[in-house]
Design a protein around this ligand. Structure first.
Ligand code: VAH
Length: 317
């Protein structure tokens, strides 16, 4: 069976639903420190679980005879800056617990998400290569970079089958993100539909790599299904789809909502955004396990507007 830790988060929710569709509802155990979306809670087993509580993780893994773990719990970049030690402890402890379960042979396969936040101001900004300078400035980025080194170490030394991708900003409407720098690109859709205006906390020219949720889920499923020998990078793979600025996204939204207005009031998250790449070279993922994205800016924008509108109507009922 499969265990998702952090199943109620932005990516965890949709990943759990997808894995239940592929493997069967009772084969995929959702867990989180809080309950989540109704669809997730009702479609299969759920356990309340703190990702740093090692004995409890082991208990749940034994109870359901879990062989595969997706560790999706983490504190993101913006929230991490407000509680650095808490972010560090959550992001690192949870990873060590799972890597040790792999080393002991209790579980066979691990997915652990990294992020473009591993890069920093000294990294080439455009078409950032797979292997390059990495001097992250956020606690979140430091934890992801460190995590990548540990994943690679556990694979090389102990043969742990751990797989990872560096997610860009993920755009979706089912579950809201929690405390990231790329969250503006989701808020903007909600505000556009509710008020026809949005004040961005990033500057108008802050270009960041982004991806629609369905592509992120596809990448996650693909890398986990790939034969082990095809997964050559055991730290984490660069992954890319689209890259845009708040201004470009606003222009695209205006094609659907003609009176939409955008204002800019950058806060501390702007300097985080400035430290990250604008676009990513993901040729290693494309060559090694056949990664290919599907959603461009247009398709993502129309899908988001439809999805958010539906959600707003449902919430109003
Ligand atoms: C954040 N969305 O903004 C996350 C992410 C690409 C960055 O990992 O913190």
């Amino acid at each position: 069976r499969i265990l998702i830790i952090g199943a109620c988060g932005q990516i965890g929710t949709e990943l759990t639903l997808k894995l239940r569709e592929i493997h069967g509802n009772d084969q995929v155990i959702a867990s989180d420190i809080r309950e989540g979306a109704q669809e997730l809670m009702e479609s299969g087993p759920f356990e309340l679980l703190n990702a740093t509580d090692e004995p409890h993780i082991r208990e749940v893994i034994a109870k359901y005879e879990v062989k595969e773990v997706y560790l999706m719990a983490a504190m993101l970049s913006a929230t991490g800056e407000k509680a650095p030690m808490k972010a560090w402890n959550l992001n690192m402890d949870s990873l060590f617990h799972i890597l040790h379960l792999g080393k002991e042979g209790i579980i066979d396969k691990i997915f652990w998400p990294s992020s473009i936040a591993v890069f920093g101001p000294t990294t080439p900004k455009n078409d950032t290569p797979q292997i390059t300078a990495m001097e992250p400035t956020t606690v979140y980025g430091i934890s992801k970079q460190t995590g990548e080194r540990w994943c690679e170490y556990f694979h090389r030394k102990f043969g742990v089958d751990v797989r990872s991708i560096r997610y860009p900003g993920i755009i979706s409407y089912k579950t809201l993100p929690g405390g990231g720098t790329t969250d503006y690109a989701i808020e903007i859709f909600h505000e556009a539909l509710k008020n026809s205006e949005y004040t961005s906390f990033l500057a108008k020219d802050a270009a960041l790599p982004m991806m629609y949720m369905d592509d992120a889920i596809k990448a996650t499923v693909d890398i986990m299904e790939a034969p082990a020998e095809k997964v050559k990078v055991r730290s984490s793979y660069n992954l890319s789809a689209i890259s845009f600025t708040p201004e470009i996204l606003a222009e695209e939204i205006k094609k659907h909502i003609s009176d939409f207005k955008i204002y800019y009031d950058p806060d501390f998250r702007q300097s985080i955004a400035e430290s990250w790449p604008s676009s990513i070279d993901d040729s290693a993922a494309r060559e090694d396990w056949g990664w290919k994205h599907e959603f461009d800016l247009e398709k993502m924008t129309s899908t988001m507007l439809e999805g958010v509108e539906k959600t707003l109507k449902e919430n109003a009922k």
